[in-house]
Structures are given as structure tokens and as C-alpha cells.
Design a protein around this ligand. Sequence first.
Ligand SMILES: [Zn+2]
Length: 388
Amino acid sequence: MRFIATAGLVAFAASTATASTPSTSSSSDLDPSVWEKLAPVSRPSYLSHARNRPVKRQSGWNPPSELATPLKEVWDHCLKTYSDGSLFGFKNYGWDQIMATNGSINMCVRWDSSSSVTAALRTQIVTALNEQYQKWFEWLYGYDNFPFSKISVNVVGWAVRDTGLLGGNTSDIDVYTNTDSGGVPECAPACGRSFHQDGDYSSCPNGADRHYDQSLWLTDGLNGGFGGDWGQQVGKEYLLGALGSENIHILLHEMGHTFGLDDFYDWTPTGVSNFIMLAGSSTEITEFDGWMLRNWWYELSRNRGWQTSSSSGSNSLSSTTSLAPAATTSGPQQGTAVVSPPAASVTEIPQQTTPVTSSAAASSTSSAPQRDIPVGVCKGRQGKKRRA
Ligand SMILES: [Zn+2]
């Protein structure tokens, strides 16, 4: 495990530059001081709608010119750092999931709490998952041969400590009371996508229709969150307190991880300073976030063969070719306090199974070292440290 050891005002981050596991969040997502800067969850809706409305019906790679350079930096950084330089070798991004399901996401809630849950609350959570995910997917509908015009998000199961915690009718969900090795309620591994990336759910008790692609892990007392191909983890109190808000921004950030987007605790792309994947800098998905998502579709769909043959050649890059996110070896430009760790230093894996809570709270205004915040990217999250 690595910790932030010494720092000035800018956190000295030192790990995400190489060999990060794809689509996982840095544990720095758990640092409360990062998120506290954004305490108001909702913002005037006219702002987000006016500035961030995706431009639809676009093909190819044609981001706004001012975003082309930072987008290329980000993509190059992902190519260099994900899966030991084999970004395309990982096959369970959210993208792989929705292509396998033909445009739907099944989720299972891991209720890591002793609180009871009413049927109405469960419905609110389903609504929130849909609403928040649509804020990302709106950037994809109609873009560059993305094949879906609506991705439905369904909750097919709940894992709880005791079935008595679930009020109301539960006949439409699967209820699990088993736990993982850490004692946390867990939806049946036999039904989980991250456990069965080949799509074989033959041992799932109620069949493949009740498989789950992602988990939403709600944990008592958790500050910040985690995200990865396996789903999202946020604090129970945070999510319940944010239900009904326009932007549940920590959840949005973690959903971004599920679809491959990276953290930016150790560097910042040129010319952009406020976007939801830069934790603590935005409560909403910005145009830059939207184009990072599109960048993933643009590249992954071509690598995976998901572009339709009849239309993939339309609206080619032409004059924007030089701005296309083709792989190069250039890394991110040096921003402030960027530290490029030696390649050998990146095998550190945060080992804690209980997420850091308030002990990680360092004053956001202090230059004191932020202790107990593991900075190592959660390598192996899909494997040894599975959070499905
Ligand atoms: Zn993150």
C-alpha cells in the first residue's frame, strides 16, 4: 500500500501513470476533502442544460477544437497506463457489458447496512440509477454509430444482511443474504458479469435474465466512492441524501470509471480544469467528460468491431485527422505537481477491504500530509480484490 507521504498544497500523487487496472478508481476517491469542495449536490438546471447539451448525430472524431489536445493527452495516457499498456486486452468495460446485453444494464444492490429499506426507497434508487446513467449516455445516443437510442438500467437483485430489512413486495427482485469473504452482503457470484465475463450464467439460480452486470454497493459511513467494471460503491448516507438531486456527482464520477474513464489525481490535461472525472472540480458531467466518453466509444468500437460496416466510413476525419485520438507515445503534458513514478513502483495495491472513512480526512486547506489515503491504483480490483 502506498500513501501520500509528503505534499505541499497540491497532493503529491504518484501512482496512476502506469499499469493501472482498467476502469477502476483511485482510492483517492475516498478522500472526503476532495468531495467536500462540492458539497452542494444540485445546481441550477439551466446552467447544465445550457452548457452541456450534447450535440447529437455526429460521426467520427470531431471534438471542439479547444478540447482536442487534452482529449488526446487523456487517451494516450490511458493507452500507456491501463492493463500494463494493453487497454484493449481488458474485456469487461461497461462498453463490453452493454454490447453483450444489447443495450441494457442489470444491477444488483449490495446493502451494506443494518437499516431497513422500503419499497418506495428501492424505487427511488432505481430511478436515480437510470437518471444518472442517462446523463452519460446522452453523449452517446446518435453519436458515431452508437447502436442504442436508450439504455435501460434495471435492478434485478438486492443483497442484504437480513431479508427482514426489505419492506414491501420483493417478488420482482432476487434477494441474497450470502456474504463475501469480508462479510459484506453479496449478490450471487454465479449471476455476476465480472465473475462470468464469458456470459455463461447457467449456474445463476433464476437464470440469465437475472444476471447482473454491475453492483451498486451502498456502505454505511463511506465517504467518497469506488468505481470499476464491477459497478460503483458510494456511501449509503450520501446516496440517500442525494436522491432526487439533479446531479449525484460522486455516483456520476464512479459510473464514469465503469465505462473506462480515469482519475486525475496526479495530472491534469492541458487547458481543462473543471470536469467530473477530476474529483472535486465539478458536480456535473461537462463537455470534456462527454467527449472523453465519446473517445472511448470511438476507439473501442473500432478495436472491437462494433462499428457497422455500412456507416463507419461516413464523415471521415479529413482535416481533423491530426486531432484524432490515435495512439502516440506522448504522455500527458506536465502540469503542476505531476509526478511520473518509476514503472517498478506501480504494483502497489491498496489492501484494505474496509474503505477509508473519516480517518482520511485531511484538511483541504492545510499543507499537512494527507495520510492514510492510499494512492496506488486499485490494481487487481477485477481479480484479487473483486468488488462485484
Ligand atoms: Zn475516481
